[in-house]
Design a protein around this ligand. Structure first.
Ligand code: ASP
Length: 413
């Protein structure tokens, strides 16, 4: 059942920002009791929820649950879909690589029935890092393996090694390399973050001069893309990926009829990241957290921000203390907002989506913004006998902007 509550939330948030985040507005205080629209529902086991890119695979996961299978096996079945898909550039095979052109993967999982966890970070050459995180859980006395050690362990466990860069992502990476985008320099949380606004622009940029400069840059990039051999119809999409490094990940949480729960998250992380950067998806408590006495949660979006609020764990703990899935998720999002003292000049550049499932089958999908793009709202996919994708409830109205901010979002990219 979907409950309509979005309007109320948006008003509440506008109120909270208007009064500053140090104080609570009346609206903010009462966020837990009004109507809003979006993915908020109650259902019953078996139920499985995941990020939007799991839509084509969730049926298989649901069937495992339905036939009495293990909850982590069900979640893994969903997650393997995008990992195996060379056209999903956010996960596994065909994920966008790091700065050096190497696909570097993160994943973690939690198995509720046995209260165990496994995680891997910065892994090369192994496509199914979700399964690898499970292998760490099943076959070691550790929880978290990274880099070379994780890859050696994978080989020992019989995982095939393969080059995860496809011809298409290799060419996009070449375009990135040849046109010098990078992640070096102050990030959004640095007090000097505004220096970044000036980079690439001459003196004080006006909206017009920035657009003019963007046009020239895109023209130049088109020439480079042509030389590299990127097909004409793919050039703008490739340029967009280079200018605005995309994110993308998949999380899945599952609940069976016995009340058992598990969760798993996997990603190739931020495109063009600095080699060695590990995001939230590898971190138990940030990208995924499951306690089947309470519920399970996972995240996609700005990994750095999610790490700082230990998002998935925060949400599960909030539910433990009585919050609904919606309120628990909204609270985690507000912690991100609090980390920036409500500075919308910076918050507009980040986004975060949480997928939340409580042990009684209640669920919610929440996000900081409505989407990256007005035509592509953030969604949570649910299967409880009926497969559906529902728009998340967003804390802020509108869509996030692209980071880095050298240029405004190009209208035609
Ligand atoms: N959270 C992922 C990371 O930071 C990226 C994403 O979900 O889009 O690596």
């Amino acid at each position: 059942m979907t409950v309509s509550r979005r309007d109320f939330i948006s008003t509440a948030v506008a109120g909270s920002l208007a009064v500053g985040l140090g104080q609570k507005s009346e609206a903010q205080k009462s966020t837990s009791s009004g109507p809003a629209t979006g993915a908020v529902g109650t259902s019953k086991a078996p139920i499985i929820v995941c990020a939007g890119n799991g839509y084509n695979y969730i049926e298989e996961g649901y069937n495992i649950l339905k036939s009495g299978g293990d909850t982590l096996d069900a979640a893994m079945r969903v997650i393997r879909g995008p990992e195996d898909d060379p056209n999903d550039t956010s996960v596994g095979l065909g994920g966008l690589p790091n700065e050096d052109g190497v696909v570097e993967l993160d994943a973690c999982c939690m198995h509720g029935p046995t209260r165990r966890a496994g995680a891997v970070g910065g892994v090369h050459n192994i496509k199914n890092v979700s399964l690898l995180s499970k292998a760490v859980m099943d076959h070691t006395g550790h929880v978290f393996l990274v880099g070379e050690g994780a890859e050696k362990f994978a080989v020992a466990q019989g995982f095939p090694t393969e080059n995860l860069l496809t011809d298409s992502t290799r060419k996009i990476w070449l375009l990135y390399k040849e046109t010098h985008s990078d992640w070096w320099g102050p990030g959004l949380s640095d007090p000097n973050w505004k220096r970044r606004l000036q980079r690439g622009l001459q003196s004080q940029p006006t909206k017009q001069s920035a657009n003019e400069e963007l046009k020239l840059r895109v023209e130049h990039m088109r020439e480079v893309a042509q030389d590299i051999g990127i097909p004409q119809e793919d050039q703008l999409a490739a340029i967009r990926k280079v200018l605005f490094p995309p994110t993308g990940t998949i999380h899945c949480s599952a609940l069976n009829e016995k009340g058992e729960m598990s969760g798993c998250t996997t990603t190739s992380g931020l495109g063009w990241k600095i080699p060695g950067r590990v995001g939230d998806s590898a971190l138990i408590g940030a990208g995924c957290y499951t306690d089947q006495d309470v519920g399970s949660a996972g995240a996609t979006g700005s990994g750095e921000e999610n790490i700082k609020v230990a998002g998935a764990h925060t949400i599960v703990e909030n539910m433990r203390h009585g919050m609904s899935p919606l309120d628990a998720g909204m609270d985690a999002l507000k912690r991100i907002v609090r980390n920036y003292n409500g500075d919308m000049d910076r918050l507009k550049f980040m986004d975060m989506t949480y997928y939340i499932l409580r042990k009684d089958g209640a669920y919610a999908g929440v996000s900081l913004w409505e989407g990256y793009d007005a035509n592509k709202p953030h969604k949570i996919v649910i299967h409880d006998g009926q497969r559906r994708a529902e728009k998340t409830v967003s804390l802020f109205q509108g869509v996030s902007e692209e980071w880095p901010p050298e240029f405004k979002n190009p209208m035609d990219l």
